[in-house]
Design a protein around this ligand. Structure first.
Ligand code: MF3
Ligand code: CO
Length: 259
């Protein structure tokens, strides 16, 4: 069942998603060669709690941390650790969720550590742009497949891989609500988008082949099978009368990491 949100509920979702943007900005300020992903996790947990929210990933289906931190070939759901130390040239996807006033915020951003190659920089730009291409389709009367196809076509036009095993989702009082929002698909197919729906669009794109492997030991980490880098950008979008209303604010993150 798809929950349609009132204007008031959308504002509570916006508050959560702005807090997630601010949390990712705070994490971004601390990303540099030599920092461990465990340290970043602590910074985020303190930040979220200091702003009156609860870290919603922590304990979700047993996930052990506030942030999912996914370095290089890790696509999503990397577990922070004091033993994972970032180094120059890495890319690092950080995904987190808040819970406050009855609603959830959920967003992800891929950061660079020091200088990265031109090839990697372009890969990140394309992945983020794929999210924007999908977002343009997030309007009442369209279908989920319009979003999916826009993301897929854009990413594949550069020869990148589109991960099939994981997808975006509805967002509300729960982190994962209907509908699922795949990053591949056909225009005109899938659930109809209606005013009041709130969805997370989250392309997970690979520089090499699209196949992924799920780590059976830790139960969480998802890696590319060919060990090529992966990127992940995610934000929440409300479907409004006049088009997509992005509830997350990447400009907060981008101002924080500009140097
Ligand atoms: N934030 C992720 C998503 O986009 C989910 C994180 S899994 C968790 O759906 F276990 F860490 F919560
Ligand atoms: Co999500």
């Amino acid at each position: 069942m798809i929950h349609l949100k009132t204007d008031e509920e959308i504002e509570l979702l916006r508050e959560n998603n702005i807090l997630v943007s601010e949390t990712l900005a705070e994490v971004g300020r601390h990303i540099r060669p030599g920092v461990s992903t465990g340290e970043l996790d602590k910074i985020a947990e303190d930040f979220i709690r200091a702003h009156g929210a609860v870290p919603a990933c922590l304990g979700y289906e047993g996930f052990p941390a506030t942030l999912c931190i996914s370095v290089n070939e890790v696509v999503v759901h990397g577990i922070p650790s004091d033993k994972v130390v970032l180094k120059e040239g890495d890319i690092v996807s950080v995904d987190t969720c808040t819970f406050m006033k009855g609603f959830v915020g959920d967003s992800a951003y891929t950061f660079t550590v020091g200088e990265v190659s031109e090839e990697v920089r372009r890969f990140l730009e394309v992945t983020k742009e794929a999210l924007y291409k999908g977002t343009e389709q997030a309007k009442a009367g369209n279908r989920v497949g319009d979003i999916s196809a826009a993301v897929q076509e854009y990413a594949e036009s550069f020869g990148y891989g589109v991960v099939r095993e994981l997808e975006g989702h509805g967002l509300g009082r729960k982190m994962h609500e209907a509908p699922g929002v795949p990053n591949y698909g056909a225009r005109g197919r899938g659930p109809l988008l209606k005013e009041g729906m709130v969805i997370c669009i989250e392309p997970m794109i690979t520089m090499g082949k699209k196949a992924v492997v799920f780590d059976e030991e830790d139960g969480w980490t998802v890696r590319t099978r060919d060990r090529k880098p992966a990127a992940h950008y995610e934000f929440a979008v409300a479907i409004r009368k006049d088009g997509p209303d992005v509830l997350t604010d990447f400009s907060i993150i981008e101002r924080a990491i500009k140097h």
